[in-house]
Design a protein around this ligand. Structure first.
Ligand code: BES
Ligand code: MN
Ligand code: ZN
Length: 496
């Protein structure tokens, strides 16, 4: 990956090297400190000439301002600072990173209008910088088209009132950002490089942070009777893996919370093959597993006081002489039989066994699974909300609230016996597809048949995990969706 910027915090000073970024409120005008960096007082005229008004998302650039040794003095619109919420500060950090444009050294002056940026706000700016700076360029062997060989690493100094407190707040956010970037890396990586074996090895690296990692092999899953998961994997040359990660930061007697991820490293559709156009996107069909892995990273790196289990089912859905056929009937670990009417509805087959195993072994306080499960959720919600399905109102409401505060939003979808009926099968206990209607819901009903009474939520992240529109804090195809959302859920309700 492109190198991560380094970030530190310091008291405001008049040091004048590299690039200085000043935040300018929409109605307040230039910050009081502006004159420190603009001894000749040219800034007011310059921003007037640029018609710069401080609107968020806008900036004005002054090159090598006279009387200073700065390379650039950037004035960045902060909008209405009083209206800046948590994700507002994060986005502002993203804007800072964009305005810095690969400069070697950047000082960000956090004195906006009359708003006193807290240490937490300063830390959020820093997190926004990290998230925006991510760029999946490891396979680019040539310089960019402009022959740009400018330094890859930027050192940011955030000038704020209480650098010690900001540094402390940032330590936690940096842990979370690390989880988001790990999830993005996993999703962006092509399937020839990241198969089930390689993904499992990546998860194993979390041991460095104190996470316990077990890897169940195909033979182990065979013994457990995971016929649903293994049926998907049988058309691939690459063996399935089930990875069990445990972070025990809570009290020994406390039951864990559990997260389960769909990890289809590539989804060709199997014998019910997908159309060619856009099939390359199915390298991202492990976005749920990536989010679970990123979340485990985040929780362990910030030493969350909670016991957590993360389980990911890693398979490749391919066509082959050995591949599963439409019409095949498989027996899941739960004992329930499934008629596979469409081999492209494979994610639910993987999750059926992963969820059952998780519930059976850990009796968790809740289970939340994440999966790029259906195209239908994209039709329903587009790319700005994940579909939320749950058997528990409290859990659903908590997830909704975490979505609102982090900006990783969820929208609850209905479930019920009328939908459940749609997956009854003539020949087995259930079939793996419903009809044409309510495709995201029938997929959720299918999963629910493997969770018993445990509080459970399913997040369909097909629209939010990949092919993501660029925004203030992500320029990446893979968004890392879910890590910040679930870290927040855990922090707000299940720690300590
Ligand atoms: N991985 C896909 C869902 C998907 C679609 C994810 C688009 C991301 C973007 C899933 O395995 C799938 O193929 N679902 C089918 C289900 C159908 C066969 C019932 C779908 O949504 O078309
Ligand atoms: Mn599929
Ligand atoms: Zn899939």
């Amino acid at each position: 990956m492109s190198q991560r910027p380094t970030i530190s915090f310091a008291k405001p000073s008049s040091q004048t090297e590299g690039v200085v970024v000043l935040l300018n409120a929409e109605e307040g005008g230039l910050p009081a400190s502006a004159s420190t960096f603009d001894p000749q007082g040219v800034l007011p005229r310059a921003i007037e000439a640029a018609s710069f008004k401080g609107k968020s998302g806008t900036s004005a650039d002054l090159l090598a301002p006279h009387g200073t040794s700065l390379d650039r003095l950037v004035v960045l619109g902060a909008g209405k600072p009083s209206a800046l919420d948590e994700s507002g500060w994060l986005k502002l950090g993203g804007a800072v990173q964009a305005a810095a444009r690969k400069a070697k050294r950047v000082t960000v002056v956090l004195d906006i209008d009359s708003v006193e940026a807290s240490a937490e706000d300063a830390a959020r700016i820093a997190m926004g910088i990290l998230l925006r700076a991510y760029n999946f360029d490891k396979y680019k062997t040539r310089k960019d088209d402009n022959g740009d060989d400018s330094p890859k690493e930027t050192a940011f100094v955030i000038a704020c009132a209480d650098p010690q407190a900001a540094k402390k707040a940032f330590a936690e956010l940096e842990a979370i950002a690390g989880g988001v970037l790990l999830a993005r890396d996993l999703v962006n990586e092509p399937a020839n490089i990241l198969g089930p074996v390689e993904f499992a090895a990546k998860a194993k690296e979390l041991e460095k942070l104190g996470v316990e990692v077990e890897i169940l092999e195909a033979a182990d899953m065979e013994k457990l009777g995971m016929g649903a998961l293994l049926g998907v994997a049988q058309g691939s040359e690459r063996p399935a893996k089930l990875v069990v990660m445990q972070w025990n930061g809570g009290k020994a007697k406390d039951k864990p919370v559990a997260f389960v991820g769909k990890g289809v490293v590539f989804d060709s559709g199997g014998i019910s093959i997908k159309p060619a156009a856009g099939m390359e996107d199915m390298k991202g069909d492990m976005g749920g597993a990536a989010a679970v892995t990123g979340l485990m990273h985040a929780l362990a790196a910030r030493k969350a006081k909670v016991n957590v289990v993360g389980i990911i089912g890693l398979v490749e859905n391919m066509l082959d002489g050995k591949a599963q056929r439409p019409g095949d009937i498989v027996t899941s670990m739960s004992g329930q039989t499934i008629e596979v009417l469409n081999t492209d509805a494979e994610g639910r087959l993987v999750l059926a066994d992963a969820l059952w195993y998780c519930n059976d072994r850990f009796e968790p306080r809740f289970m939340i699974n994440l999966a790029t499960l259906t195209g239908a959720i994209l039709i329903a919600l587009g790319q700005h909300h994940a579909g939320l399905f749950s058997n528990n109102d409290e859990l659903a409401e908590r997830l909704f609230a975490s979505g609102q505060s982090t900006g990783e939003k969820v929208w609850r979808m209905p479930m019920g016996p009328d939908y459940d009926k749609l997956i009854d099968s003539k020949n087995a206990d259930m079939k793996n597809i419903g009809g044409r209607h309510a495709g995201a819901i029938t997929a959720a009903q299918f999963l629910q048949r493997f969770v018993k009474e445990t509080p459970w939520a399913h997040l369909d992240v097909a629209g939010t995990a990949m092919a993501s529109p660029a925004n203030e804090i992500s320029q990446s195809w893979a968004s890392g969706y879910g890590v910040r959302l679930l870290d927040r859920l855990v922090r707000d309700h299940y720690e300590g």
